[in-house]
Design a binder for this molecule. Sequence first.
Ligand code: FAD
Length: 386
Amino acid sequence: MTVVDYYDIAADLTPRELEVWQAVREFVDEKVIPVAGGFWERAEMPMDLLKEYGQLNLVGDGLEGPGIPALSHTAAGLVTMELSRGDGSFATMLGVQAGLAMRSIAFLGSQEQKERWLPPMARLEVLGAFGLTEPDHGSDAVALATTARRDGDDYVLDGAKRWIGFGTVCDVCVVWARGEDGQVQGFLVERGTPGYEATVIEGKASLRAIHNAQITLDGVRVPAANRLPGAASFRDTGRVLSATRAGIAWGALGHATAAYETALAYSLERKQFGQPLASFQLVQDKLVQMLAEVTAMQLFCLRVGKLADSGRLTDTQASLAKVNATRKARTVTAMARDLLGGNGILLEHRVARHMADVEALHTYEGTESIQTLIVGRHLTGISSFT
Ligand code: FAD
């Protein structure tokens, strides 16, 4: 397969990882890239494409549980990288489904919950959402205000959530709420539960092809059996989040790869002053800078994948990977946009979409600043959050 791999990372992958990479790459090239710009422009979710993707049997983000395909963390990272190379919204859909919703159930659910939800979620027949962020609590989600009160055999949830991917279409939403013991707990809120109202947040300039919801929870009754038994405090929510963070680094790599590949091809084809752009020294310098960043991100991500596979990836290593990769992806996508001149702002040339989409990666699952503070606290022993 044609792929930017200047330092032969493929040589460090297992046959299964190479096979997974190839399968997703083909799906992305044939099915995602040709239509992604249109879905983005119309702010429409590619639901049929999602169903089709489910047939590849690759949904699960390296998790273990009933019905989940076996994937190493490295393979799961390659999947996220490739999907993001195609389209950030599509990759984010899978990030919400597998990285967040399925992971919450796989990590913190009861055996019954795992058996009920995970197999159809892995087939993408059942969609999940992850409702943590609130209108008044983003970076300080630890202070969330949604409440869960026990009433007979049910819990009653009251509050609001914001930015929740798939929040309007999901079959089950993992809602995080503060219990009567003051601790954050997780609940599986099923589609159609009275009191759960979700509306699409309009006017996004990033990841337009996944809908994010503003949700109100007004006396939402959830059977006690739908509480995640493993979620006893925000520390457990944090376990889910830090496990997905490395995936964002892989996603940022995918966006940067798309931007680099597009810029290289364009600069070889487009002529100015009678010569291809690629013949100018300044242009070559930019292409080499982009290649260096993409290659460094690949090596970083591959190491993160291997550390995760051997159970040694720490939370702060995952945070550092996210900070570094999203920062580099912002740089590389902006350089690509520059190299495409005026065409760089047209959706048909892809880089503007990738450039806009990495803005969301920069912010979601813990902003660049918050991840930096997490690593800074680890380095210095001093917390500077407040
Ligand atoms: P704020 O917390 O208000 O931060 C604003 C700015 O202040 C940022 O630059 C931040 O870094 C900075 N800041 C905050 N505190 C500090 C500090 N102590 N020191 C220095 N700087 C600070 N959430 C979900 O639960 N589920 C989802 O599916 C989901 N999907 C999302 C999809 C998209 C496209 C987006 C944009 C967000 C999504 N989120 C989701 C929410 C996301 O996780 C939050 O946006 C993120 O945590 C930041 O919160 P905030 O937007 O409220 O920003």
